[in-house]
Design a protein around this ligand. Structure first.
Ligand code: PGA
Length: 218
């Protein structure tokens, strides 16, 4: 299975900045059979990400219908999105998302054949799984310790290793588990062989930083 890198731009870029990022980064890097590079920009910028696997930062917990402001799973599917991040700590914190809403999002994604990337922090992982009560097959997990997001060094490797083992214990040994939190070109090599991929925000924003990170992986 290929190592998966998801660049999460969060709510950072203008469309001009996304276009410039794409032209700079695609000159140097592409997905290969052993490395898949997905990008999660803001919704309006998804069509600009030509040449990269498309990921979305969120999805509606509802199907199509009268839900003002919501972007549903079928709409993401029709523009070519493959992965959708759900349960990111910023969604839980600033948008007050509940376990039930996150589970509903997972169900909506399954219903159209998109792959959820479920973010979990270190607090009471088993409880989060139980509360989610979603079909655990074909779900990608992302261990994202909240306190290690947006910095320059990852959580301790021992801790990452033990939480990934806990997730696999609950979700099954073949579960695909990513790590996210301050991943950059200086620390990515210690995560290869431990996680099945990474979620990267800060170090993905600048094209040169992102190219350096990908070059270390290759
Ligand atoms: P970071 O964010 O790479 O800036 O630490 C990771 C994330 O929030 O997914």
């Amino acid at each position: 299975m290929s190592f998966l890198v998801i660049a999460n731009f969060k709510s950072n870029k203008t469309s001009q900045e996304v276009t410039s990022w794409v032209s700079q980064v695609s000159r140097y890097i592409r997905s290969t059979s052993s490395l898949e590079i997905a990008v999660a920009p803001s919704f309006p910028h998804l069509p600009l990400l030509k040449g990269f696997t498309l990921a979305a930062q969120d999805v509606s917990p509802f199907p199509k219908g009268s839900y003002t402001g919501a972007v549903n799973a079928a709409q993401l599917k029709e523009i070519g999105v493959k992965y959708v991040i759900i349960g990111h700590s910023e969604r839980r914190r600033y948008f007050h998302e509940t376990h039930q809403e996150i589970a509903n999002k997972a169900q909506e994604l399954y219903s159209v054949g998109l792959t959820p990337v479920l973010c979990l922090d270190k607090i009471d992982i088993s409880c989060q799984f139980a509360a989610l009560a979603v079909d655990k097959s074909d779900l990608i997990y992302a261990y994202e310790p909240v306190s290690d997001i947006g910095g320059t060094s990852t959580a301790p490797i021992k801790e990452i290793s033990s939480v990934i083992a806990d997730i696999r214990h609950i979700a099954g040994n073949s579960a695909r588990v990513l790590y996210g939190g301050s991943v950059n070109a200086n620390n990515i090599s210690s995560l290869q062989g431990l996680a099945d991929g990474v979620l990267v925000a800060t170090a993905s924003l600048d094209p040169d930083n992102f190219i350096s990170l990908i070059n270390v992986i290759r």
